[in-house]
Design a protein around this ligand. Structure first.
Ligand code: GYE
Length: 328
């Protein structure tokens, strides 16, 4: 008990010092998690399923270092139960702030209430949760996935504006139940739904991975000889599908037009090479903004409830221009 009180006093002194000299003192004692002078962040990452995710992880790790924030990082391997375990362990360690990218949208209320009960602020990054109680987290930093799906649909509508025949579309969805899969699907469907010539003839999850994208596309190609367009919810699934299309003796980008989301380097290369036709950008470089938000939240300052990432789109020509300076 005495030890606990003295730790609290130390923590109080540290906080007072921080208030005097700003929160960038970094690198100091980290004993006992939240007791040191550096902010301690527990971060639960989805996994390492895609090029996007690798770039996102690097962005978070690099920015934490730069911001003088001590990062406790864990990879959930695309499993919600692993994320829940990681969050519980961060609560036990009394970190100053928890940030996580929820693999799926539902099923978070219990563990978020536990964090709230322990007075540890939570920041959602990249993906959203569907909890009705929005007081369970401080802010959500990430892309507007519905908008991304709409942009994909708008390109298609423009590309086929003079066509009168049916356009047969197959869709490779992201991880089932994830915010980007749900929203990229609905945004796209809304835009192409305005014209009955667009038909989604098959739609299945490829779990955001190259291997699964290839496998599912192979099955699509066997079942449907008449595919005009592939819409893949990320570059990696699109890249896997390209292998399947070439394996079936067809030409990606020509026999089958391809739209993807993300714009990671490998995707941009395939776009510049003419194998993909259009990419909607989704930026993984969320680290710097995340660290800024974390500092504010820990200092008790108010932050906007939603911070939307800015992003663009790329045609084949634009990809050729952007590639040399692409960071990820
Ligand atoms: O598009 C995909 C990754 O949540 C926005 O997850 C992220 C998505 C990204 O696996 O490549």
């Amino acid at each position: 008990m005495l030890k606990r009180i003295s730790m609290l006093v130390v923590a109080g002194l540290a906080a007072a010092t921080l208030a005097g000299c700003g929160s960038e003192s970094g690198g100091g004692s980290e004993a006992g998690g939240g007791g040191g002078d550096a902010i301690v962040m527990g971060f639960s990452q989805v996994g390492a399923e895609s090029g996007w995710r690798t770039a996102n992880t690097k962005s978070v790790q690099d920015s934490a270092k730069e911001a003088g924030i001590t990062l406790k990082f864990s990879d959930a391997q695309q499993k919600q139960e692993n994320q829940i375990k990681a969050i519980r362990s961060y609560i036990q360690q009394k970190v100053d702030v928890i940030a996580f990218s929820p693999v799926v949208e539902s099923g978070w209320d219990t563990v978020l209430k536990e964090a709230q009960g322990a007075n540890i602020p939570v920041i959602l990054t990249d993906r959203a949760v569907d909890s009705a109680d929005t007081s369970l987290y401080k802010t959500f930093l990430g892309s507007d996935f519905v908008e991304e799906g709409k942009k994909a649909g708008q390109w298609l509508v423009e590309e086929y504006k003079d066509a009168s025949d049916t356009v047969n579309i197959v869709e490779l969805q992201g991880t089932t139940g994830s915010a980007p899969a749900n929203d990229r699907k609905s945004g796209f469907a809304e835009v192409i739904g305005a014209d009955p010539k667009f038909k989604i003839i098959a739609s299945q999850t490829g779990d955001f991975t190259r291997a699964k994208g290839k496998e599912v596309m192979e099955a699509f190609l066997k079942a449907h000889p008449d595919i005009d367009v592939l819409y893949a919810h990320n570059d990696d699934m699109g890249l896997g599908a390209i292998e399947a299309i070439e394996g079936a003796g067809k030409v990606p980008g020509k026999d089958i037009k391809i739209i993807t989301v993300d714009a990671v380097k490998d995707g941009m290369q395939a776009l510049a090479d003419g194998k993909i036709n259009y990419i909607v950008e989704c930026s993984p470089l969320l680290g710097p903004q995340l660290m800024d938000l974390a500092k504010k939240v820990v200092a008790g300052e108010s932050v906007p409830a939603r911070v939307v990432t800015e992003e663009t789109t790329f045609t084949q020509e634009q990809a050729k221009e952007a590639l040399p300076s692409r960071q990820y």
